[in-house]
Design a protein around this ligand. Structure first.
Ligand code: SF4
Length: 471
């Protein structure tokens, strides 16, 4: 699906974001708050580190037998009266959901927050088919009104200030609205309540699905997930195949660390467990339940270089700590999933060629791996991705040339020692006070947004030799 924002190169999208003072202020406030809350939550939870290891082990063990767990899940969901569909591509997933909507005569769909439905561009497809989608998570509702995409995995409107949200709501309700979170929430609640009652279709994602019980698990903070799964006649849940967990006791491990990593809460306000459609004698719940298991490039990565990114719980912690994300926000990345894990997921969903620029939007500082509740080694996979891009000759030629020369130098100490005095000589017209502020020609790209440290007057090796002589 074409995205108009991708017509602009990543570098320009990032530059635009860096010039947006509102955006940077909103990002700094929100991500700093999330980082502090996460730290406090784990400081008060000594079992946390052990549970992170355990969660990682469960993820790996589940991926090793994914076929078996998927079969178990399908059996359990169907036994309870649900329908399971398998979608190899985003297009297939959209077709399945549109078919359900058509068959059940749905005109209005309420949605709970779901990155999987963002991934398959479901809203646009529903609208084209004459079904009005209404996002009911507050953040998603805001960005739907703004006709934007989420800019964070768990806080889709993180880039908006209170004033900007008040302006959007004023346009919607046709009167002036105070930039007060309580007032804004009350307005959203009033608008959405009607939609819950009118909707024919409830669409959600799923944070987890438990294989042996067929339970779909939704982790939310606003209670909208419960309304979406219980009020409309039909419930459709869309879930990546990797979200499966073997049992309820495994689920507990993930629930213990997910909310702490995401928002610093012990548990999210609502953990909704959905088990089949409404049964005879029950007062609420949908008449039909459909689970769409989405592959869309995931299965291929079971044996691929991005396998570890299938552990991801979508908590957003790696975005909050990433020095690149904190400066440019999610929209500059240009795809559904932003931040460091987003680069890997984009490579998985859209192919490595789609991230030939994005693969470099990381300082490789390792903060993402440290914050990740399942310890995904994001920097290692980013380096591998960069290597793959280089081997496929997808990176721009000046970059490939520069790194090839550097690689040769680093492998030959004698040549490296000769290069130091040469570098000192070549930098003479550009170096001032130990830094190079501007380089000529295509090398100028490197110094466009940062200074380059000048080659030192004496290298470490030269000083080390001198010290040895003096000793
Ligand atoms: S990679 Fe780790 S930190 Fe980032 S969203 Fe996924 S689970 Fe959370």
């Amino acid at each position: 699906m074409s995205r108009p924002e991708l017509a602009v190169p990543f570098r320009e999208r990032a530059e635009q974001a860096l010039k947006d003072d509102f955006l940077r202020e909103a990002l700094t406030i929100a991500t700093t708050k999330f980082i502090g809350l996460r730290r406090e939550a784990f400081d008060d939870f000594p079992e946390g580190e052990g549970l992170r290891d355990r969660a990682r082990e469960i993820k790996e063990a589940t991926l090793q037998h994914l076929d078996r767990y998927l079969e178990q899940l399908v059996d359990a969901v169907e036994r309870q009266g649900g329908h399971v569909h398998y979608a190899t591509t985003a297009e297939e997933a959209r077709a399945i959901i549109l078919d359900v909507a058509r068959r059940t005569g749905a005109r209005l769909a309420v949605k709970s927050k779901s990155m999987a439905t963002e991934e398959i561009h479901l809203n646009e497809a529903l609208e084209r088919a004459g079904v009005t989608p209404v996002e009911t998570d507050l953040g998603e509702y805001i960005i739907q009104l703004a006709h934007e995409r989420p800019s964070h995995i768990i806080a889709p409107a993180i880039h908006k200030t209170k004033g900007q949200v008040a302006d959007l709501f004023a346009r919607e309700v046709g009167r002036k609205v105070a930039a007060d979170p309580e007032v804004l929430t009350r307005i959203a609640r009033g608008e959405l309540r009607e939609k819950f009652l009118q909707a024919d279709l409830g669409i959600t994602g799923a944070n987890f699905a438990v294989a042996d019980t067929g339970t779909l698990v939704l982790v939310t903070n606003e209670g909208n997930g419960r309304m979406v799964t219980s009020l409309p006649r039909v419930h459709v849940a869309v879930m990546g195949v990797e979200k499966i967990v073997p049992s309820l006791s495994d689920l507990m491990v993930f629930l213990a660390i997910l909310a702490k990593s995401a928002t610093g809460q012990k548990l999210s306000s609502y953990t909704t467990l959905v088990q089949g459609p409404r049964r005879a004698g029950e007062l609420e719940g949908p008449e039909e339940l459909h689970l769409v298991l989405l592959d869309n490039g995931r299965i291929a990565q079971l044996a691929g270089p991005l396998r570890e990114s299938l552990y991801c719980l979508r908590c957003g912690a790696c975005l909050n700590v990433c020095p690149v994300y904190r400066q440019i926000g999610g929209h500059a990345y240009g795809y559904t999933y932003p931040g460091p894990i987003g680069i890997l997921l984009t490579a998985m969903l859209e192919g490595p060629g789609s991230v030939k620029e994005l693969a470099h939007a990381s300082s490789l500082c390792g903060a993402c791996a440290e914050a990740c509740p399942v310890r995904i080694d994001i920097p290692r996979m980013l380096i591998e991705l960069r290597r793959g891009l280089d081997e496929a000759r997808l990176a721009p030629w000046p970059e490939r040339l520069a790194f090839k020369v550097l690689g040769r130098l680093l492998r030959r100490p004698r040549l490296y020692r000769l290069a130091a005095p040469l570098g000192r000589l070549l930098q003479l017209p550009f170096a001032r006070g130990g830094t190079i502020r501007r380089l000529p020609l295509f090398l100028g790209d490197w110094t466009r947004g940062r200074d380059l440290p000048a080659v030192a007057g004496r290298t470490f090796a030269e000083r080390w030799t001198d010290l040895g002589r003096r000793a």
